[in-house]
Design a protein around this ligand. Structure first.
Ligand SMILES: NC(=O)c1ccc[n+]([C@@H]2O[C@H](COP(=O)([O-])OP(=O)(O)OC[C@H]3O[C@@H](n4cnc5c(N)ncnc54)[C@H](OP(=O)(O)O)[C@@H]3O)[C@@H](O)[C@H]2O)c1
Length: 307
């Protein structure tokens, strides 16, 4: 792989045991809430800077922009790890519709194979055997390299692992200094499943955090870099910070030349914060719903809940 000389070097792997770790760069670029030229430009620039891992989804409606940016970049397709996700609406969670949905993503991305396909969230009306059977067949057919899940609870993950012939490579979930996933992470580690941390910057909020800034000052790093470093320094964790700004694309990737001490790792861990805590406790309806269907609650469902 030809790297730009200014590229911050990413380690080949950050975990020893996981089957995906050698293939997936620990810091990828997220693309939620960006599309069209903005998305195309951000992904193009990310590849130029040295990112080799891009996260998109059917629901983001930007797969075409992501695919085009990869197609026209000077980086070889096989050097970029591309993840997409299929919506977890009941209408997609059957065998034939799943195959059609993945074919649709392939077409929009303009690719003949996707590195990783995730079920974006689970809906109780879906059929796990059908869905993961279909995904396993797509792996056999060479259209998908790896399969995985997103926003799955431990119980759902266990069922998915039982239903799939191919290994479940990752569970992509919200994980950042203010919102922890200790039990899930431990389950993932025990079962050789990577945890992909989404919203690693708490959707930008960590940038203003005094405790993270104080730690960063010791290394000449920003609060955001400390949050990203804290994630990738954990065994079995990779992450996908999103930005469309070139300075931040560089900043978010430049986390491999310092190491947090055990005490600093613990300090960041202690930041689990009021913001997400409130969201998960005061809004009891969401908590109850989450415990039934997993962690992610799509907006249209959230809006329909009596809060
Ligand atoms: N599976 C799922 O259900 C799910 C859910 C949410 C997200 N995701 C994935 O995870 C990715 C990341 O999560 P996210 O987009 O929710 O949030 P995030 O990466 O935690 O934060 C993104 C926000 O932070 C800003 N930002 C980025 N770098 C920064 C920096 N160095 N300093 C200060 N601000 C910075 C960005 O603004 P600018 O763009 O203006 O820089 C944007 O507003 C998504 O893009 C998506 O690919 C998956």
């Amino acid at each position: 792989m030809e790297l730009n000389p200014k590229t911050p070097v990413q380690p080949e792997q950050n975990v020893e045991s996981n089957r995906l770790a050698t293939a997936i760069p620990p810091v990828g670029v997220g693309t939620y809430r960006t599309g069209g030229y903005e998305c195309f430009n951000a992904v193009s620039e990310a590849l130029e800077i040295g990112y080799r891992h891009v996260d998109t989804a059917m629901a983001y409606e930007n797969e075409a922009a992501v695919g085009r940016a990869i197609e026209v970049s000077s980086v070889d397709r096989e050097d970029v790890f591309v993840t997409t996700k299929i919506k977890g609406y009941p209408e997609f969670l059957s065998r034939d519709r799943m195959i059609e949905a993945v074919e649709g993503s392939l077409q929009r991305l303009g690719m003949d194979r996707i590195d990783l396909v995730l079920i974006h969230w689970w809906h109780p009306d879906g059929d796990m055997d059908d869905v993961f059977g279909a995904l396993s067949r797509l792996v056999d057919a060479g259209k998908v390299n790896h399969i995985g899940v997103s926003n799955f609870s431990i119980e759902q993950l266990e069922r998915a692992m039982d239903a799939a012939d191919a290994p479940i490579a990752t569970n992509q979930v919200q994980y950042h200094p203010y919102y922890h996933q200790d039990d899930l992470l431990s389950f993932c580690r025990d079962n050789d499943v990577l945890l992909t941390a989404y919203s690693p910057l708490a959707a930008g909020r960590v940038a203003e955090d005094d405790a993270l800034s104080a730690i960063g000052n010791r290394y000449g790093k920003s609060a955001a870099q400390v949050a990203i470093r804290w994630l990738v320094q954990q065994d079995g964790v990779v992450t996908i910070p999103k930005t469309v700004r070139s300075d931040r694309l560089r900043e978010n990737l430049d986390v491999f030349d310092f190491e947090l001490t055990d005490a600093e790792m613990e300090r960041v861990h202690e930041l689990e914060g009021p913001l997400w805590y409130r969201l998960n406790t005061d809004r009891g309806a969401i908590s109850r719903f989450r415990s039934e269907v997993g962690q992610y609650v799509p907006k249209r469902v959230r809006d329909a809940l009596p809060l």
